[in-house]
Design a protein around this ligand. Structure first.
Ligand code: NAD
Length: 298
């Protein structure tokens, strides 16, 4: 089976990137989101990505025009999925929202459609029973930004068909990702199994007042040669996702200290529209964040 028509559910931070990259690689893409306002945000992201691709990815005007002409935007779910070969789901990292969307898809999507989730913290087996097609459901997990951190982690659950797994591995290659097949279900895949403990440690050092966020980033960048420290990474991921992850951890462990961190993220960042790179400010200001300046590491 060849994938041609791709529907992206949720055109936020990651969904808008997945849609752009997929359209850039020549696929027909439809973005579904819940409101016109959200779709306007996706369109704004796409304007920004088009500039970035022209400046840093050698994309020509023609490539950019073609990419835009490959993308449609809609708030009508039925329309969005009626011809989909593959769905890439990037709705918020909230179990009830994901469950509800898969219940709807199970009734509306054509039989051929493969469902992939981009969930960073949930396992496919937690959602499979709501999809109505567990054999055609698996995770294709992207990293941020999709075109620089271009891995596509492919992870099924016990009932995922091996043929479908292979189709998704090939699709990941076709849209310019390096596929990382995950051999058994692992919460956090490979990347987040490494990254989440790092970010958790960084937040703890910062919120406990052990060190300033810039010094924490400097420590990591100097000692590992990385281009980003944990707080630079948090700005890329976006505060909404960070908030949801911290809140889930706090609720799971019934830990008031962790829950109060989530509230601080909400009050100091989300409520002030400091969502990270996407809104121009998080811990750092964008473009040209301080950690990219030459004297930051001095
Ligand atoms: P986001 O909040 O930026 O975007 C979510 C989008 O979904 C918004 O546009 C919102 O309007 C829309 N939405 C809300 N309810 C919806 C519904 N019922 N149907 C369709 N759309 C709906 O979130 P994000 O950071 O893009 O994260 C989305 C998913 O991607 C999560 O599962 C997250 O774990 C995963 N992910 C995020 C990152 C990252 O760096 N941000 C990286 C990898 C994976």
């Amino acid at each position: 089976m060849r994938i041609k028509n791709v529907t992206v559910l949720g055109g936020g931070v990651l969904g808008s990137q997945i849609a752009w990259q997929t359209a850039f690689k020549g696929f027909n893409v439809i973005i579904y989101d819940i409101s016109e306002e959200s779709l306007e945000k996706s369109k704004k992201f796409h304007k920004g990505f088009s500039e970035y691709f022209k400046n840093y990815k050698n994309a020509t005007e023609k490539d950019i025009d073609k990419t835009f002409s490959n993308i449609q935007y809609t708030t009508n779910l039925e329309e969005a999925i009626k011809n989909a070969d593959l769905i890439s789901e990037s709705v918020p990292e909230v179990f009830e929202i994901k469950k509800e969307i898969y219940e709807k898809l199970s009734k509306l999507a054509p039989e051929k459609t493969i469902f992939t989730t981009n969930s960073s913290t949930m396992l496919p087996s937690q959602l499979a029973k709501y999809t109505g097609r567990p054999e055609k459901f698996l995770a294709l997990h992207f990293a941020n930004p999709v075109w620089e951190a271009n891995i596509g982690e492919v992870m099924g659950h016990e009932e995922t068909s091996p043929e479908i797994f292979e189709i998704v591995v090939n699709f990941a290659k076709d849209i310019g990702m390096i596929p990382i097949p995950i051999k058994k279900e692992q919460s956090g895949y490979v990347l987040n199994s490494l990254l989440v403990p790092l970010l958790h440690a960084a937040e703890t050092l910062y919120f406990d007042g052990v060190a300033d966020y810039k010094d924490i980033d400097k420590t990591w960048m100097i000692s590992t040669g990385s281009k980003f420290g944990p707080f630079g990474i948090i700005d890329l991921i976006g505060m909404n996702t960070l908030y949801n992850i911290i809140k889930m951890r706090g609720e799971k462990l019934n830990d008031k200290k962790i829950l109060s961190r989530a509230e601080k993220i909400k009050k100091n960042f989300i409520d002030k529209n400091k969502l990270g790179v996407s809104t121009g400010e998080g811990f750092y200001k964008y473009p040209n964040p301080e950690y990219q300046k030459t004297d930051f590491l001095k």
